[in-house]
Design a protein. Structure first.
Length: 191
């Protein structure tokens, strides 16, 4: 792969990756019923509305799940993979491999976002435990559905909450046991 194609693949992955992360955050925050009026939520809504509003007219939600956002995520990830493979290898990838890779990449990105939110929450509790920062509030909304069951398994020990450790371990295990095999299957189906 030439330097130019490397640079182009990097740009494609970066631009698409950043926008996919924004759409994914919006999707996750809607699932967890985070504060819509949070400044960061408002930024996500404004940044992701252009492609989502037309999609929402055609694709309704289903049991509180924003199906339009999920479809947009899969389509954007698939386009990213197709473009990167075309630039890097000079061939058009096969559709089944693209969709398996898209699904695996989105699960991996979701896990990274959730692990990042756990770290934000932990750091905020150490640095400024009584401060209501908008980003901390969103991290709490994102992680609480996972932290609550972990707290039931491992209650406070001497006033220390070790549930973030359990949550991160479970997310890493999902990455190893689910995402990595999916990526291997997707890679084999690409060409």
């Amino acid at each position: 792969m030439s330097y130019l194609s490397q640079a182009l693949a990097f740009l494609i992955e970066t631009v698409f990756g950043l926008y996919i992360a924004l759409v994914l955050l919006r999707f996750l925050l809607q699932l967890t019923h985070a504060d819509f009026y949070n400044p960061f939520s408002q930024f996500l809504v404004r940044a992701t509305n252009p492609p989502l509003l037309p999609l929402r007219r055609a694709i309704p939600g289903f049991f509180g799940i924003d199906v339009a956002s999920a479809i947009l995520l899969i389509v954007l990830e698939a386009i990213k993979i197709v473009l990167v493979v075309m630039v890097a290898q000079g061939l058009v990838p096969r559709i089944p491999g693209v969709f398996v890779m898209s699904f695996a990449d989105l699960i991996q990105l979701t896990l990274y976002v959730l692990i990042g939110a756990v770290f934000v929450r932990v750091l905020a509790s150490w640095i400024s435990p009584y401060n209501d920062h908008p980003l901390t509030d969103l991290a709490i909304h994102l992680t609480e559905p996972f932290m609550r069951p972990a707290r039931r398994l491992l209650p406070l020990i001497s006033g220390i909450d070790l549930s973030p450790v359990i949550v991160v371990i479970v997310f890493e295990l999902i990455s190893i046991l689910v995402v990595q095999p999916l990526l291997a299957v997707g890679t084999s189906l690409l060409t």
